[in-house]
Unconditional design. Structure first.
Length: 267
């Protein structure tokens, strides 16, 4: 009997069968069909293998790209986080510096109040009060201490108080001085000492006080006179006592905040 190697191709096997005794055409046809089916199956499997290989390659490439993208995102987030932390550190430093300056101004305001209070010690508390409000020192002087009714000339007792105040402030360039004149709501009759109404009267009084403070040593660029007339009362104008409270001059001392504004304007 003819023997063939195990690895002989199917076509050689079919050819060999043709010379084998006893092999008929039907058997050969069957074997050839089986050979064709196997060949088709092999080709199909090869196609599926190639498709799987392509899918594998595409998946690997996609995963690689996604990993690269994630790495880039992580890198960008790390950079953004670093920038944010740097910005936060800078803002915290600015806040700390602002707080330091505000604390210093607070302490300076309290010291200024004490200095002014000591300088004006001895005046009647109904005629002269020193208070701190909104970070400013308010020196409130009654009309009775400063002026006669309708007058814009400061009385001797008022001049004494203003000179003592000026002495306490002279040389301190870090203070802005605002002079605010106030009246009650009783209208002026006619023109009194150049004032046509309460607004005029309050301004003229504030200007007169400003001149006295400047002549006593305060730098003129530190002082601003202003008049509020009857429009900023501290009490209702319904009794003689309340009207007397409204006839006053407020000298408002404000520590300069240039250093703080400089920090706020820093970009």
């Amino acid at each position: 009997m003819l023997k063939l190697p195990a690895f002989a191709p199917a076509t050689l096997l079919a050819a060999a069968l043709l010379v084998l005794p006893g092999c008929n055409k039907k058997t050969i046809a069957l074997l050839q069909q089986q050979n064709a089916d196997l060949t088709k199956s092999r080709d199909q499997l090869q196609l599926e293998k190639d498709a799987l290989q392509r899918d594998k390659t595409n998946s690997e490439n996609s995963l690689t790209n996604r990993l690269l993208s994630k790495d880039q995102q992580v890198s960008q987030l790390n950079q953004a986080l670093g920038n944010t932390e740097q910005d936060l550190a800078g803002k915290n430093a600015r806040i700390a510096e602002m707080q330091r300056i505000l604390d210093e101004k607070d302490a300076a305001t309290k010291a200024l109040r004490q200095k002014v209070s000591d300088a004006l010690l001895g005046f009647n508390s109904q005629d002269l009060q020193v208070n701190v409000k909104n970070g400013k020192v308010y020196v409130s002087l009654s009309e009775q201490l400063l002026f006669k009714s309708g007058s814009t000339k400061v009385d001797p007792a008022g001049q004494d108080a203003l000179i003592k105040l000026a002495n306490a402030l002279t040389g301190n360039k870090d203070i802005n001085v605002l002079i605010e004149g106030h009246t009650d709501n009783v209208p002026i009759k006619g023109v009194v000492n150049g004032a046509r109404d309460n607004w005029d009267l309050s301004v003229l009084r504030a200007t007169e006080i400003t001149r006295l403070l400047v002549s006593a040593g305060i730098a003129p660029e530190q002082i601003t006179p202003s008049g509020k007339g009857q429009f900023l009362p501290v009490a209702a104008n319904d009794t003689p006592q309340n009207k007397a409270l409204n006839r006053r001059t407020d000298i408002i001392l404000t520590p300069k905040l240039d250093e703080l504004f400089s920090i706020l304007n820093t970009q």
